[in-house]
Design a protein around this ligand. Structure first.
Ligand SMILES: *Cc1c(COP(=O)(O)O)cnc(C)c1O
Length: 432
């Protein structure tokens, strides 16, 4: 069994260990929730203060030009593009993931139906993040299309046929951490004549992504998870250059106009991805997002996303090994893929009977001990197939091997002593 001393050696030998200095982690906290809200980079406070005091406070409206505010969504877009295998000028930061998905799914449906009007089906996974499904449900109604949800990855192949307009998949599943094979699935959907949208919410900054290499059609992703952009940070959107100019996206706001400051009454979309911008960018949170993206780019001199992925796999492998050895007899089960190639940067656990309902309280007890993960409810009617999940994200920028060891030790204590049974851990907050 791997010991704490082994973990200390792994941390000392970790070529990425210095990257942790970019963050102010609160003392006594092991933060395994960077997949939901990344931690605060040290640079963010000073940068946002500068935007408020100097750029806004002193230079006022001039800052749209003098401080580069107008260019910032594209400039950060170019930085994110480096992390997801897109080219410069192809990706912008704007709005939320939900809104960007609305834009690209509308465009994809219009392109698919212009080329082949009979194609009326959007396929996604029932286990996809709900906002993706809700947006697709709404657009399916507007476009006379149908949303078809599959219950397992194996069912996808059977949906790739002449009815399929758009395959809309989140590369790393938010519940299980299952990581799709982007290249193979994109090629299979293209062979069936359909378009593919990838949601990179749990991929960008977590796993190497190669949108161009996979020949993907559209992508969206989240700024506040592994990109450390801050709560509610702007999201990003990418369209393959072969599609970017084909249609307006439906949220045709003035900053997606070819010449916004001519204030013409009619809409002329900007060329390329710029048309996916709608209204005025939220400058304070856009500035914070850049600091977060820079913390990931800081790995570029140290092996980049490949090195981050290598460490992430080592962390999740260690967590699984220790959790099973130490807590397996207490009912802990792995709910993520065992094959690291098929797993994102998170590990999900479930609890076997008689603890199948204890997940929420176990997570609360861990949080009280300073180990922050989160809980994702299962399907109460089918807990054997869709169990309650204890979810732990491992951001290699700031999580080390000794953290993993300590987290499992806390989990062991919470289960062994039945600390989770304490009444305060049963109370449910609005956000889980
Ligand atoms: C986190 C997440 C979102 C978040 O959408 P918002 O519009 O930022 O609330 C969307 N989709 C997926 C797959 C996610 O994991």
């Amino acid at each position: 069994m791997t010991t704490l001393q082994d973990c200390d050696v792994l941390d000392q030998e970790d070529p990425l260990r210095e990257l942790r200095q970019q963050f102010d982690l609160p003392p006594g906290v092991i933060y395994l929730d960077g997949n939901s809200l990344g931690v605060l980079p040290r640079a963010t406070l000073g940068r946002v203060q500068e935007v408020i005091q100097r750029e806004w406070g002193q230079d006022l409206i001039k800052s749209w030009n003098t401080a580069g505010w107008m260019e910032l969504p594209g400039k950060i877009g170019d930085k994110i593009a480096r992390l997801v295998g897109a080219g410069p000028g192809e990706l912008v930061v704007a709005d939320s993931t939900s809104l960007n998905l609305y834009k690209v799914l509308s465009a994809a449906l219009r392109i698919a139906q212009a080329d082949a009007p009979a194609r009326k089906v959007i396929v996604s996974e029932r286990s996809n993040f709900p906002t993706d499904l809700y947006i697709a449900e709404s657009l399916a109604r507007q476009h006379g299309a149908r949303l078809h949800l599959v219950d397992s990855v194996d069912e996808i192949a059977g949906t790739l046929n002449a009815d399929l307009a758009v395959l809309m998949i989140t590369e790393v599943n938010y519940r299980t951490g299952y990581k799709h094979d982007m290249k193979a699935l994109t090629a299979a959907a293209h062979a069936a004549g359909a378009l593919v949208i990838w949601d990179l919410a749990h991929s960008a900054g977590a796993v190497p992504v190669d949108l161009k290499g996979a020949d993907a059609d559209f992508a969206v992703g989240c700024g506040y998870k592994y990109l450390n952009g801050g709560p509610g940070a702007p999201a990003f959107v990418w369209a393959h250059p072969r599609h970017a100019d084909r249609f307006w996206q439906p949220l045709s706001g003035w900053l997606g106009h070819a010449a916004p400051f001519q204030f013409t009454p009619d809409y002329q979309p900007a060329p390329g991805i710029k048309r996916y911008i709608c209204g005025t960018p939220a400058m304070l949170s856009t500035a914070a997002l850049e600091c977060g993206v820079d913390t990931v780019l800081a790995a570029e001199g140290l092996g980049g996303m490949a090195a981050l992925r290598k460490k992430s796999i080592a962390l999740t492998e260690l967590f699984i090994e220790l959790a099973e050895e130490r807590c397996g007899a207490l009912g802990v089960r792995l709910a993520s893929p065992r094959n690291p190639e098929r797993r994102g940067s998170q590990v999900c656990l479930s609890l076997a009977a008689p603890l199948q309902h204890a997940g929420y309280a176990v997570i609360q007890a861990l949080i009280a001990r300073g180990v922050i993960g989160d809980f994702r409810a299962g399907d109460p009617a089918r807990l054997d197939e869709v169990p309650h999940i204890l979810r732990f994200g491992f951001t290699p920028l700031y999580i080390g091997f000794a953290d993993v060891y300590a987290a499992v030790e806390h989990l062991y204590q919470v289960l062994k002593t039945e600390e989770w049974q304490r009444p305060e851990f049963a109370r449910q907050g609005a956000v889980t």
